[in-house]
Design a protein around this ligand. Structure first.
Ligand code: TPP
Ligand code: MG
Length: 328
C-alpha cells in the first residue's frame, strides 16, 4: 500500500459523506411527487441528478486541491462540491430553493456556487470546461500556485467546448486538469453510439495533452492519477486529461425509467461499489474496523440531517425579490 492511513481515511470519509447526502436527497426529493411522479411538484421541484456510485472520482481528485483551486462541475454536481469542502447547510438550502442557499434559492441543485471554495457548476453540458481553462489562464498570468479542475461526463466530451478547451489549454500550457467521468451513458445514449474513439483518454494525444485512464470506482487509483496531474499543473508543465471509468447507481435523473439499462449490467457494477472497495482495502491493512466504519456513517448521517433541518427551517425568498440579481 503506497498511501498512508490518514489519506485513505480522508478519502473514505468524503465518499461516505457524498453517498449519505445523495441517498438522503433521493428520499427527500420524492416528498410530494408521488404516487404519479410529478416532476414539478413536491418539496424540491424540478430535475435531480444524483452522483451515487461515482463518489471515488470526486474524492480522489479533490483530495489534492486547496480551497483556492477553482473547480467547475456539471448538472451532477453534489459530489464534487462536497469533496471540495463545502458547508452543507447553504448547499442543501439552495437545493431546497431557500433564501439561505448559495444563490438565495434561485439556482437550485444544478446551480451551486460557492466563491469561498472557488466552486461553480451549471446545467449546460460541457459549459464548465472552458470556464476552467479561463480560470487556469488567469492563474498563469498572475503566476499563482493554483490549479483549475473541470469535471464533466463522457457525453460532454463530444461537444465543441471540450475540444476547443483542450486545444487552448495545451497551446498555452495552462495549469488545468480535465476529468472525464465516463459512466457509460449520456442520459440513455451509450458511449459507443456517440463517441468516435473507444476511450476519451485517446483524445489527449490529438491535443498534445498527457492522458490516463483509471478505474473510477477505485478511490486509490483516482487519487494516484490526480496526484500526478495536479503536481504537473503546479510545476507549470501544463494540462492533463484523466478519464475515470465509473457507473451511476441511480438513473440519469430521479424518475428515469431506465428502460435502456440491463439488470445484469446494474448488478455487475453494484459489485464495484466505491464505498466497499475502499472500505475493504482499508480493512485489509487493519486501518478500518466495522465499528469505526459505523461511527463514520453515524457522523455523516448526523451532518446530512443537520443540513436538511437547516434547509427545511429556512424561509423561501420573498416574491418581491424575484427580479433581484437577474438580468431583466
Ligand atoms: C448543451 C446541452 N445539451 C444537452 C443537454 C441535455 N442533457 C442534460 S444531461 C445530458 C447528458 C450528459 O451526459 P454526460 O456528459 O455523460 O454526463 P452524465 O449525465 O452521464 O453525468 C444531456 C444531453 C444539456 N443540458 N446541455
Ligand atoms: Mg455520462
Amino acid at each position: 500500500m503506497s498511501l498512508d492511513k490518514s489519506t485513505l481515511l480522508g478519502l473514505y470519509r468524503d465518499i461516505v459523506l457524498i453517498r449519505t447526502f445523495e441517498e438522503r436527497l433521493g428520499i427527500i426529493y420524492y416528498e410530494g411527487k408521488l404516487p404519479a411522479f410529478d416532476i414539478a411538484a413536491g418539496i424540491i421541484p424540478g430535475e435531480m441528478h444524483l452522483y451515487t456510485g461515482q463518489e471515488a472520482v470526486a474524492a480522489g481528485v479533490c483530495a489534492h486541491l486547496n480551497a483556492d483551486d477553482p473547480v467547475t462541475s456539471t448538472h451532477r454536481p453534489h459530489g464534487h462540491m462536497i469533496a471540495k469542502g463545502v458547508d452543507l447547510n447553504p448547499m442543501m438550502a439552495e437545493i431546497f430553493g431557500k433564501k439561505t442557499g448559495f444563490c438565495q434559492g434561485k439556482g437550485g441543485h444544478m446551480h451551486l456556487f460557492d466563491p469561498s471554495i472557488h466552486f461553480g457548476c451549471g446545467g449546460i453540458v460541457g459549459g464548465g470546461i472552458p470556464h476552467a481553462v479561463g480560470a487556469a489562464l488567469a492563474i498563469k498570468m498572475r503566476k499563482q500556485n493554483r490549479v483549475a479542475v473541470s469535471f464533466f461526463g463522457e457525453g460532454a466530451a463530444n461537444i465543441g467546448a471540450f475540444h476547443e478547451s483542450l486545444n487552448l489549454a495545451s497551446v498555452w500550457n495552462l495549469p488545468c486538469v480535465f476529468v472525464v467521468e465516463d459512466n457509460l451513458y449520456a442520459i440513455s445514449v451509450p458511449k459507443e453510439a456517440s463517441t468516435s474513439v473507444r476511450s476519451n483518454a485517446e483524445r489527449g494525444a490529438a491535443y498534445g495533452i498527457p492522458a490516463v485512464q483509471v478505474d473510477g470506482q477505485n478511490a486509490i487509483a483516482v487519487y494516484e492519477a490526480a496526484q500526478e496531474a495536479v503536481a504537473r499543473a503546479r510545476r507549470g508543465e501544463g494540462p492533463t486529461l484523466i478519464e475515470a471509468i465509473c457507473y451511476r447507481f441511480r438513473g440519469h435523473f430521479e424518475g428515469d425509467a431506465e428502460g435502456y439499462l440491463a439488470e445484469k449490467e446494474k448488478e455487475e457494477w453494484k459489485e464495484k461499489d466505491p464505498v466497499n472497495i475502499l472500505g475493504n482495502q482499508m480493512k485489509e491493512q487493519g486501518w478500518l474496523s466495522d465499528s469505526e466504519a459505523e461511527a463514520i456513517q453515524a457522523e455523516m448521517t448526523e451532518r446530512v440531517m443537520a443540513a436538511e433541518q437547516f434547509a427545511r427551517e429556512s424561509p423561501y425568498p420573498a416574491p418581491e425579490e424575484a427580479l433581484d440579481h437577474v438580468f431583466a
